[in-house]
Design a protein around this ligand. Structure first.
Ligand code: FCB
Length: 471
């Protein structure tokens, strides 16, 4: 697949062929990206980089359990060692700072910081304190996600996100973290991509804990959003100076034809990917069309839940990767119709920067209370190789440039976008795809843990230097 993707890239993007890209990442002179207060950073997540799963009394997470089941993760990979960041964090922070990146989005491993009775784990807490203090010393803006999918297994054993109690346990965890880390965190995100936790985790089983039932997915989503809503006032009380928000993946669905049925299919796709999460957060209700797609799956919602969930956000983080072309499935849903001859990445995902712009400008119209936006993830996987100490990740350079141009267009169309985080700082454990898919702007050799700065990171660094040097 990797070879196919780059072949397509070469044929479809002659204007950005390897030669012309080599030295240029710099946006045009009129780009809003030149604004110094537009934050440019990189993101990672705990389970994907830390390793050290049995150290310092860390408890097992659902991803330890899931990745140990044969057939769940490509090549049987697990996060047991990952990028060994738990031991190499100092060098990794140096690397981040040396690239001139202004922001770092990381996540905390819930199983590292408290035991099953809720008693704080000092060693785990100290790891994050040291890390965040160092980032602050380096002048890096810190975005901390509390839940990037690594639920403690003992909570899953009691029903996980199907159990309402997990939402209250999450608020306790948010309380501990914000009391311990206040002053070192610039922005807190409660959850990363509740769509993936709920749908991939409980709806189709591709992710931990691996259950597959639409009704489970809607109930898990409700408890995830409730967890977010319960945590927000706790974070506000304990750490008033920081920003608080949530991170959602956003998906573009386009109709395969002009037919009313296909248009409806594309609408339902976006309801399922976007409105399912954004409507409760920003309108205080679930989109009724969701239950047309999945009849009879209404979650159990208690009085007051929707008010809790829809309390104002300081920011909305959005993660964008690709678009999906869909047609009606002939019943009440949609089916994917992959387009031929389009540029794709190693994941098989279509490269479609306009989708990012169109989603954001669309949200601005749909939600009158849309908070300031950060692009909290964007990037692509390619089969990157180190040759003579260098990695020429040509497709990624072009990908990033085009997506940043889409961000600029959305800003010019009136969307308040304040920053952008590359996914990812370094190659890491890509969930069900293991280590094969490389999303980093830094290459990781997993046998030696050697980091090699890819060409894309060098060019981002160059741009950031130029921007800093401007009057
Ligand atoms: C997102 C996840 C992130 C990473 C990217 C490729 O869905 O938030 O951890 O795996 O996809």
């Amino acid at each position: 697949m990797a070879n196919d993707a780059s072949a397509v890239f070469d044929t479809l993007s002659p204007a950005v062929s390897r030669g012309s890209l080599a030295d240029s990442f710099t946006p045009p002179a009129d780009s809003t990206l030149w604004r110094k207060n537009f934050l440019l950073g990189a993101a990672t997540a705990s389970y994907q980089i830390e390793g050290a799963v049995n150290e310092d009394d860390r408890l097992p997470s659902i991803w330890d359990t899931f990745s140990a089941i044969p057939g769940k993760v490509l090549a049987g990979d697990t996060g047991a060692v990952a990028c060994d960041h738990y031991h190499r964090w100092e060098a990794d922070v140096e690397m981040l700072a040396s690239l001139g990146l202004e922001g770092y989005r990381l996540s905390i491993a819930w199983p590292r910081v408290m035991d099953a009775a809720g008693v704080p784990n000092r060693k785990g807490l100290d790891f994050y304190k040291r890390l965040l203090n160092r980032l602050k010393e380096k002048g890096i803006t810190t975005f901390v996600t509390l839940y990037h999918w690594d639920l403690p297994q003992h909570l899953e054993d009691r029903g996980g996100w199907l159990n309402r109690d997990t939402a209250y346990r999450f608020a306790d965890y948010a309380d501990l973290m914000s009391r311990e880390l206040a002053g070192t965190v610039d922005a807190w995100a409660t959850l990363n991509e509740p769509w993936c936790s709920a749908y991939l985790g409980y709806g189709n089983g591709h992710h931990a804990p691996g259950l597959a039932n639409d009704r489970f997915a809607t109930q898990a989503m409700h408890h995830l959003l409730l967890a977010h809503g319960l945590a927000m006032p706790v974070l506000r009380a304990n750490d008033p100076a920081s920003e608080k928000g949530i991170v959602a993946n956003i998906g573009r669905g386009t109709p395969n034809s002009d037919s009313a049925a296909d248009q409806r299919a594309a609408h339902l796709f976006e309801v399922q990917h976007n409105a399912w999460i954004l409507d409760p957060l920003l309108k205080g209700s679930y989109p009724q069309d969701l239950f047309e797609l999945w009849p009879g799956t209404e979650p159990l919602v208690l009085d007051g839940d929707m008010q809790t969930i829809s309390a104002p956000l300081d920011f909305l983080g959005t993660n964008y990767y690709f678009r999906t072309n869909v047609a009606s499935d002939g019943a009440h849903g949609f089916r994917d119709v992959p387009l031929e001859g389009v540029e794709r990445t190693q994941m098989g995902w279509e490269v479609y920067p306009d989708g990012l712009r169109d989603l954001l400008t669309g949200f601005k119209k749909t939600y009158h209370n849309l908070p300031p936006i950060y692009i909290t993830e964007n990037g692509m996987a390619s089969d990157d190789q180190v040759t003579d100490g260098h990695v020429e990740d040509t497709q990624r350079i072009s990908f990033l440039k085009r997506h940043l141009a889409a961000v600029d267009q959305a800003i010019k169309a009136g969307v308040d976008i304040r920053g952008y985080f590359l996914w990812s700082l370094m190659d890491n454990f890509e969930w069900a795809f293991g280590y094969e898919r490389r999303f980093g702007v830094v290459h990781v050799d997993y046998s030696t843990q050697k980091r090699t700065i890819k060409r894309s990171a060098e060019l981002v660094e160059k741009f950031l230097k130029e921007r800093k040097a401007r009057a």
